[in-house]
Design a protein around this ligand. Sequence first.
Ligand SMILES: Nc1ncnc2c1ncn2[C@@H]1O[C@H](COP(=O)(O)OP(=O)(O)OP(=O)(O)O)[C@@H](O)[C@H]1O
Length: 472
Amino acid sequence: MSDDDGDAVEPVLRVEGLETHYDSTEGFLDRLLGRSRRVRAVDGVDFDLRAGETLGVVGESGCGKTTLARSVLGLVEPTAGSVYHRGEDLTALSSAELRDRRKDLQYVFQDPLSSLNPRLTAGGIVGEPLDVHGLAAGAERDERVRELLETVGLKPNHAARYPHEFSGGQRQRLGIARALAVDPEVIVCDEPVSALDASVQAQILNLLSDLQAEFGLAYVFIAHDLRVIEHVSDRVAVMYLGEFVERGPTETVFEPPYHPYTEALLSAIPEPDPLWEGDGIRLTGTVPSPVDPPSGCRFHTRCPRLVPSAEYDLSGETWRSLTDLKLRAREADGVTSLTAARTSREGDGSPVDGGALDPADAIDPAGPTGPTEASRETFDALVREEFGLPDPLSDPDAEAAVAEAIDALRDDRIGEAAELLDAAFVSPCERRHPTEYDVGADHGIACLRYDGEFDEEAGTFADGSEPAGSAE
Ligand SMILES: Nc1ncnc2c1ncn2[C@@H]1O[C@H](COP(=O)(O)OP(=O)(O)OP(=O)(O)O)[C@@H](O)[C@H]1O
């Protein structure tokens, strides 16, 4: 992505190819078999942070935001990549050098109560970094502590109180005062207001904004709430499963073109945003495990805008339904686990107990028990209803493939059904891991749909190749 204002402004922070993988190998069997489970929490992130600006990082729980924050500050050791502060690679520093550098890079935590030492008074908490970095002592230190408390809207006589004697908002002010004590250039704010009431949130956001104007601070501001991100950020990065899927100036990220994930997050905002121009696509399910991320585009397992394969003449919606059926069949260990959370049976919205698709449902109650032609039809209808699949599909070849797979499901041949569906229905999005495509000034989106070389109709790239080969 290119800068709209050229390279004139040297960023205070530059993050390149950052990866942080945790080892979550469990139990003696894993160790005995030499099996390692790597949690790819941050998996190749790049960004610049310029002096005095706020970069908002947004994504659902589990996308890797906190790991990113901690990796940038060296609180967890990255697996790969670099974090440059004023041109110097922090990942190459010794721990003593890094400790010293923390003066310039501070952290404000989500939950001030658990991050503030309960045995220290407010004065002790705010004064501690001054002691650690040898910045002030004696009367000068006391004066600086009082000044810092006032700067964040607390009273000098609050210095004698303990964290539990403050309200949530006041505690967050204390956490901010502590971060400010060392006169940093950058503060990484990790969900700093998500634990607070709405009215207190606004006060803390205003405080952060005032402090930024007064001290020229740069913020990396992490949140899952898009409204907060929109309010505070100059630029926004949208994170999904360890990667940035969209980056750009705030106003461009909040208007089309969108990454489908951004669009889905925006759709989920309860009160319509005045800038919102989307058509209300829905985000279902949760973030998959970063231990074994989906192939190709990591969002393909949930993407409402999945690109259909050009092999069949099917709508995007039907393609989404087929992919859901395929993914569910892949994970199911029996036909009863085919549906994890069915919400209604006859389309009347009535809840279904257990939420599992039971082959018994598919047996004609009037007929004998056991698989019959009639029960097959009923089962087929139930599966189609469950996954929103038309009967029949508009494309005869696709219809033949799905009918055969549903038949296999009916006979509890789950593995075979999954194989049939896997062979028949593969979206280009499952095959290619998208790079970030420029869609405007300083605005990038990592989605195949924005690859100028890709022809959705033909399902091929400009050189005639199919989207294979670069899948993860
Ligand atoms: N110490 C750890 N060991 C193993 N896995 C971890 C560790 N810390 C986090 N993870 C996993 O890494 C992934 C990213 O977690 P992370 O906390 O960074 O995400 P997040 O977007 O900040 O989510 P949240 O808002 O819920 O904190 C998750 O799957 C999480 O379970």
